[in-house]
Design a binder for this molecule. Structure first.
Ligand code: F6P
Length: 347
């Protein structure tokens, strides 16, 4: 019987997932392997929902956003009997290997299943947040930065016409990668991120000094995970309440609060734009298509070599493999050097 390779996409979707699926499948077909998708992330393995992928199913998907095999934030470890169901369904399907494409949560489950139950799994690092350790970049991030940068460019012209401060809230969870990179690319005047929490007072001072210098509009980029920080030392987190199956609170709303603070303290008319899921939608950039394709080929090769418990990663310009446990051990935060690049243009 042919080797059967399972594949799943878990967590929030992002551009490039289909490019990985295509690459894993194409290389596996070349070797005479069958490819089976678990539908809806770990949920597909928990509930036994599978679909065979053939050349037809993967045709034309390279530029498509989203994922053709669906995704959820299902956590088998939070469902009674979930882990046993995953193992039973993998065996019933005759899976010889599984490629898990996901971020911290999806790959964290993969790492545990490998460590604790010997599941034959390899990982591919996905997330617009770029917060996974052991890889320089995750796929999906470049597209999100591109979308956010374009939004900042557009907001510039309307801000300038109306002499307004525009606050742009971007995603990124507890790291400020999207905010810093799109802020640098878009020429933001202040950037607020969780890792380098400048205070609301400092942000307002930057805006005042800019306006005193002759500019009468400004762009402020704030990461959804930034906690409003004040000179008194107090911090105020803003979220939308509720938790997902991995215990993450739903972020969002800090842009509104910050805009209110800026207008109240400086008197400058201020508006807010929350980019939200637009950052995750649509076609991947060429860079993400290429990165996702290289990751997919690497994952298929790891499967062929039976090197399980590993994850495809980018180091410099080279695709390498690292331990899944290493990739999920800690969040990759924005280093101070990057923030300093952004800061050089504040005010
Ligand atoms: O992890 C990707 C991400 O888009 C985060 O940036 C954001 O906080 C979260 O997912 C949003 O999740 P959901 O799609 O469940 O609203």
């Amino acid at each position: 019987m042919a080797t059967r390779v399972g594949i799943l996409t878990g967590g929030g979707d992002c551009p490039g997932l289909n490019a990985v699926i295509r690459a894993v499948a194409r290389r596996s077909f070349e070797r005479g392997y069958d490819v089976v998708a678990a539908r809806g992330g770990w949920g597909g393995l928990v509930h036994g929902q599978f679909e065979t992928l053939g050349p037809r199913e993967i045709s034309g998907i390279l530029p498509r956003g989203g994922t053709i095999i669906g995704t959820t934030r299902t956590n088998p470890y939070r469902i009674e009997g979930g882990v046993e169901s995953v193992l039973r369904n993998a065996e019933r399907q005759g899976l010889d290997a599984l490629v898990a494409i996901g971020g911290e949560d999806t790959l964290g489950v993969a790492a545990r299943l490998h460590e604790e139950h010997g599941l034959s799994v390899v990982g591919v690092p996905k997330t617009i947040d770029n917060d996974l350790s052991a890889t320089d970049y995750t796929f999906g991030f470049d597209t999100a930065v591109t979308i956010a940068t374009e939004a900042i460019d557009r907001l510039h012209t309307t801000a300038e016409s109306h002499n307004r401060v525009m606050v742009v809230e971007v995603m990124g969870r507890h790291t400020g990668w999207i905010a810093v990179m799109s802020g640098i690319a878009g020429g933001a005047d202040v950037i607020l991120i969780p890792e380098q929490p400048i205070t609301v007072e400092q942000a307002c001072d930057e805006l005042r000094s800019r306006h005193q210098g002759g500019k009468d509009f400004s762009i402020v980029v704030v990461s959804e995970g930034y906690e409003l920080a004040y000179e008194t030392g107090t911090r105020r987190a803003v979220d939308r309440g509720g938790e997902d199956a991995f215990g993450h609170v739903r972020l969002g709303g800090v842009g509104d609060e910050l805009a209110r603070e800026i207008q109240r303290r400086t008197g400058y008319e201020t508006r807010v734009t929350v980019l939200g899921h637009v950052q995750r939608g649509g076609s991947p950039t060429p860079r993400d298509r290429i990165l996702a394709t290289r990751y997919g080929l690497k994952a298929a090769d790891l499967v062929h070599e039976r090197r399980f418990g590993r994850m495809a990663a980018l180091h410099g310009d080279a695709i390498v493999d690292v331990a899944l446990t290493e990739a999920t051990a800690e969040l990759k935060t924005v280093p101070p050097e990057w923030y300093e690049v952004a800061r050089a243009f504040f005010g």
